[in-house]
Design a protein around this ligand. Structure first.
Ligand SMILES: Nc1ncnc2c1ncn2[C@@H]1O[C@H](COP(=O)(O)OP(=O)(O)OP(=O)(O)O)[C@@H](O)[C@H]1O
Ligand SMILES: [Mg+2]
Ligand SMILES: [Zn+2]
Length: 509
């Protein structure tokens, strides 16, 4: 055979596109030409596939070789086409049976010695390819576990070009990952039981979890803001399989998956440092942009500790995901779109001096300037604003100072979420924070007596019309948590408090 065809997948964001690779051999001057928008990494794969083929005991055709990747218009980046390119050359040279490559997607990078190396994005590549009809895959053995997560995909792992050749000749069924030592016992997830006192803070994260609301924790150093934020994922419901695959796909593109147990089934937690760049937060890099922390936090929590210290460009860049639930990043090579729907938790000290309450003697103006670094539009989306005072020594030392465990809080959150989900059955919305305020008011009206306090605040200009709608959403979450059906004056009042001022109240009160 002098013409052979192999299949691979090009990723743009988490979206995969089938790429057909044709190898043609003819009797011109020996050499290798590649066509179809190859980038620099692809050009280097020319040398890798030749060395890998020779070092695997196979023959390199002493002919004129043309490798074409199509569709040509599809941006193709990186090294994950190596294996498919090498297989196409071998098939064209008659080293593989004629039907070996039919209906099979091949992914992986080659080392010069013929080793097959893992590549980022195998999960979304396989997931996409099954949607356009492929069922059989050969992937690097390091990516085998993630590829096998995809329902309906029949996946073989290979560690080397030699084993790929054996697989494609039907002599072998691939490699399995070497037995890893029992991974060190993972540290138990942070539990609310360890948080002493802080009844308002605890209630606030419960409300945030139940309604999908964003949260701002304001308080002096060492009060437990970080402790509380870290415990939010632990009271959110575990991800469904579809959600877990979606989240795992994003982490796969970022090459952040553990090899052995790759499925991310609990809500992720991302806490970028305040020096982080826009690219690190929303995504970026050359070629097709990689996902940033806001995308890696999809269906989980994005925590900005010392929020006013983040660059204003970073804070502004969060507006797109907060509004749309996704991020799109344009590059010359193509526009990547990543889902990015997270609970935003911001924490801050009241003053940049970060001295404990009484130690701060800074002018009020300095504190005001510090808070004003958080842009209006960003803060406007944060419906729960809570003061976290320092815990007293008595609270810390109290015999019953240990708080309620996360499991107990999580079960209330689950019930409240279920109540909301039933109310929104048949709509695209699941949590209260998903519902556009105007629709919420129209479809689930609340009596005038109940909303009196919020109406008054609106009349007095203490809140904006947008803020008013957002108060209703929080009031619904409070009602769902308390099991009272439609919100009444109590829930509206508390929701108003959460919005306008760093409340000091709990649900039980
Ligand atoms: N409510 C609390 N219950 C138990 N331990 C606490 C509490 N608050 C603080 N601590 C202890 O203090 C440490 C610091 O808490 P944490 O980092 O959450 O404070 P913070 O409010 O985020 O402070 P900073 O503003 O400096 O970031 C914790 O690791 C914990 O040991
Ligand atoms: Mg902290
Ligand atoms: Zn100060």
């Amino acid at each position: 055979m002098t013409l052979a065809r192999a299949w691979s997948v090009a990723l743009v964001g988490v979206q995969g596109h089938a790429v057909e690779i044709e190898a043609d051999l003819n009797n011109g001057i020996p050499g290798l030409t590649m066509i179809g928008l190859p980038d620099a990494a692809l050009a280097e794969s020319r040398d890798r596939i030749k060395a890998a083929i020779l070092n695997s005991g196979e023959q390199w055709p002493n002919q004129r070789i043309t490798l074409a990747l199509s569709p040509a218009s599809m941006p193709k980046r990186g090294s994950s086409f190596d294996v498919a390119l090498a297989a196409a050359v071998l098939a064209a040279n008659g080293a593989l049976p004629g039907d070996a490559l039919v209906g099979r997607v091949l992914l992986g990078e080659l080392g010069l010695d013929g080793r097959v190396r893992g590549v980022p994005g195998v999960l979304p590549a396989v997931l996409s390819a099954t949607r356009f009809g492929f069922e059989r895959f050969v992937v690097p053995v390091d990516n085998l576990a993630e590829a096998r997560l995809v329902p309906g995909a029949s996946v073989i792992g290979v560690a080397s070009l030699r084993s790929l050749v054996r697989v494609l000749r039907g002599e072998d069924d691939g490699d399995e990952p070497a037995d890893r030592q029992q991974s060190a016992q993972a540290a138990p997830p942070a539990d609310l039981v360890d948080v002493a006192g802080q009844p308002e803070g605890r209630t606030a994260i419960e409300v945030a979890a139940a309604g999908g609301h964003h949260l701002f924790l304001l308080g002096p150093p060492g009060a437990g803001k970080t402790m509380l934020a870290e415990r939010l994922p632990g009271i959110l419901p575990p991800l469904s399989l579809d959600e877990a695959l979606e989240v795992t796909a994003i982490h796969s593109v970022a090459a952040r998956l553990p090899t052995s147990e790759p499925l991310i089934s609990t809500p992720p937690f991302q806490d970028p440092h305040h020096n982080a760049t826009v690219a690190a937060i929303v995504g970026g890099g050359s070629g097709i942009a990689k996902p940033g922390a806001a995308c890696l936090a999809h269906r989980g929590v994005l925590f900005l500790d010392e929020a006013p210290q983040f660059a204003s460009a970073v804070l502004d860049a969060l507006r797109q995901p907060l509004e749309k639930g996704w991020v799109s990043i344009a590059r010359a090579a193509g526009t990547a779109v990543y889902p990015s729907r997270f609970s935003l938790v911001m924490a801050a000290n009241p003053c940049p001096c970060a001295r404990p309450d009484k130690g701060c003697t800074c002018p009020a103006e300095k504190r005001r300037r510090y808070m004003s670094r958080l842009s209006g539009p960003l803060l406007d989306r944060v419906d729960l604003r809570v003061s976290i005072p320092r815990v007293t020594r008595a609270e810390m030392l109290a015999e019953d100072g240990r708080g309620e465990p996360s499991a107990a809080v999580a079960s209330r959150v689950a019930v409240a979420r279920e109540t909301a989900a039933q109310r929104y059955a048949g709509t695209p919305w699941r949590t209260n924070n998903d519902v556009p305020p105007t629709q919420l008011r129209r479809l689930w009206p609340i009596s005038r007596t109940a909303t009196a306090k919020a109406d008054e605040a609106l009349d007095k200009g203490q809140i904006t019309a947008r803020g008013y709608g957002r108060i209703l959403r929080v009031a619904w979450t409070l009602a769902d948590l308390q099991g009272v059906g439609t919100p009444g004056a109590a829930q509206i009042g508390l929701a108003l408090g959460y919005r306008t001022g760093f409340v000091t109240q709990t649900l039980a009160a």
